[in-house]
Design a protein around this ligand. Structure first.
Ligand code: NAP
Length: 363
C-alpha cells in the first residue's frame, strides 16, 4: 500500500509494480504429476515465484531428490508437510492433493488469507449429496461450496477473476464440456443420449504406486475402467446442465493407454441441424486462445496437443441426425496445471495466457 511518506506518485507506482512482479506461490502436492507440472510452469512465469513446496510421504526431503525433472534453486528446496503453516508472504496456493486431503488444506489456506486454485475434485460440486455420491464421503468443508468458482475458464472468466477459491475442473470433464456446452446451448444435441468414450495416458491416475499401473500391467495393453459410473460423470452432468440449462445424461467409459500424457474423448451424439454443428463450435471458440476447432472433418490427436494448454476439437457429421465429436487435451495441462495457471492469471489480473504454451511439443 502507498502511504504519505512516499516521495512521489511514480515511486509508489514503481513499488506497486515490483510487488505485482513477485507474487509468492505455494504448491501443495509438489511431488505428484500435476504438482511437478505446476513447478515447471511457475518457474518460467514472469510474475509468479515458487516460494513453498509441500508433500506428504516425501516431506522433509529435497525437491531435487524426489523429482527427476527438477533442477537449480527449486531442486534445493526442502519439501514441507502439506499441513504445515504457509509462509506469510505467499499469496497464491495451488493444492494438487488427493480429494479429501485437499479440502483441509484449502480451508487452512483461505483462513490464512491466501487465494487458492484447487486441482482436486473437492470443490467442483455444489452439494454435499452429489459430492458424497461421487466420492463416497461427506465433505469436511461444504460451507465453501457456494463461494468456490468452477474454473472452466472459457465459461467463467469474470467469476474466476473475482474468486478467492477456484475449483479447477477434472481432466475428463474439461475434454467433454468444452465441445459439449456450445452444442447444448444451441439446443441441437439430444441431451439424454450422450455417449462418451475417453482414453487417458497413465499420468492421469497420479504418481502413487498402484499395482494396475505397473509397466507390465499397462504396456502393450488398453483397458476400460470406472464402470458402472466413473466419479467424473457427476461433474460432467452437473456442469453441462449448469452452463447450458439443459438436464444432461452422459454415458461415459474411460480407458487407460500405455502413454505418459494426453487424453482423447470421442463423443457419439445425436440431434438436429447437424450441418450447423461445425459453425456453432467455430463461432463459440473463434477468439479463444486455448481452444482450436479443426477444419470440417479433421480429427485431433494427443500428439497435436501434448505439452500445450490447448483443447483441439474435431467434428465428423455422420448423417442429418448423428455426429461424432472428438476432443484432445494434455491431461496435465488444460486438464490440470495449465488450466490452473490460466485461472490464477485471471485471479491476479494478468493476461490468462501468461506462462502457457499454445504450441505442442511436436514431434
Ligand atoms: N493426474 C492428472 O492428470 C490430474 C488431472 C486433473 C486433476 N487431477 C487431480 O489433481 C490432484 C493431484 O493429482 P496428481 O495426479 O498430481 O496426484 P499424485 O501424482 O498422486 O500426487 C499426489 C500428491 O499429493 C500428496 N499426497 C498424497 N496423499 C496425501 C495426503 N493424504 N495428504 C496430503 N498430501 C498427500 C503426495 O505427496 P507424497 O508424494 O509426498 O506422498 C503428492 O505430492 C488429485 O486430486 C487429482 O485427482 C489430476
Amino acid at each position: 500500500m502507498c502511504n504519505d511518506d512516499w516521495k512521489s506518485f511514480e515511486g509508489c507506482d514503481a513499488l506497486r509494480i515490483m510487488h505485482v512482479m513477485n507474487i509468492a506461490v505455494a504448491i501443495l502436492g509438489a511431488t505428484g504429476y500435476t504438482g511437478a507440472e505446476l513447478i515447471r510452469l511457475i518457474e518460467s512465469h514472469p510474475h509468479f515465484q515458487v516460494k513453498h513446496l509441500a508433500a506428504h510421504s516425501q516431506a522433509g526431503k529435497l525437491a531435487g531428490d524426489v523429482l527427476p525433472g527438477c533442477a537449480g534453486k527449486i531442486a534445493a528446496m526442502t519439501l514441507a508437510s502439506a499441513d504445515a503453516p504457509l509462509p506469510e508472504d505467499v499469496e497464491l496456493v495451488f493444492t494438487a492433493l488427493p480429494h479429501g486431503a485437499a479440502a483441509t488444506s484449502v480451508f487452512a489456506a483461505l483462513k490464512a488469507g491466501k487465494k487458492v486454485v484447487d486441482l482436486s475434485a473437492d470443490f467442483r460440486h455444489k452439494s454435499n449429496d452429489v459430492y458424497k455420491a461421487a466420492y463416497g464421503a461427506d465433505h469436511p468443508h461444504a460451507e465453501l461450496f457456494e463461494e468456490a468458482v468452477y474454473g472452466l475458464t472459457e465459461f467463467t472468466r469474470s467469476d474466476v477473476a473475482r474468486a478467492r477459491l477456484v475449483a479447477n475442473p477434472g481432466c475428463y470433464p474439461t475434454s467433454v464440456l468444452l465441445p459439449l456446452i456450445p452444442l447444448l446451448k444451441a439446443g441441437v444435441v439430444d441431451n439424454t443420449s450422450i455417449i462418451v468414450d475417453s482414453k487417458s495416458g497413465a499420468s492421469g491416475a497420479g504418481r502413487s504406486a498402484k499395482t494396475d499401473l505397473l509397466y507390465c500391467e499397462i504396456n502393450e495393453s488398453v483397458k476400460a475402467y470406472g464402470l458402472p459410473r466413473h466419479r467424473h460423470v457427476w461433474e460432467m452432468e452437473e456442469w453441462a446442465e449448469g452452463f447450458s440449462g439443459a438436464k444432461t445424461k452422459i454415458r461415459f467409459v474411460p480407458h487407460i493407454l500405455p502413454m505418459n500424457r494426453g487424453m482423447l474423448s470421442t463423443m457419439h451424439l445425436s440431434g438436429s441441424d447437424t450441418d450447423s454443428w461445425q459453425d456453432i463450435l467455430n463461432t463459440a471458440y473463434a477468439d479463444e486462445p486455448f481452444v482450436k476447432v479443426l477444419a470440417n472433418g479433421a480429427l485431433p490427436s494427443t500428439a497435436g496437443i501434448s505439452g500445450s494448454n490447448r483443447c483441439d476439437i474435431g467434428v465428423a457429421v455422420l448423417s442429418n441426425t448423428e455426429v461424432v465429436v472428438v476432443s484432445c487435451i494434455d491431461n496435465l495441462l488444460k486438464g490440470a496445471a495449465g488450466q490452473a495457471l490460466q485461472n490464477a492469471n485471471l485471479m491476479f489480473g494478468f493476461d490468462e495466457t501468461m506462462g502457457l504454451a499454445t504450441h505442442a511439443l511436436w514431434p
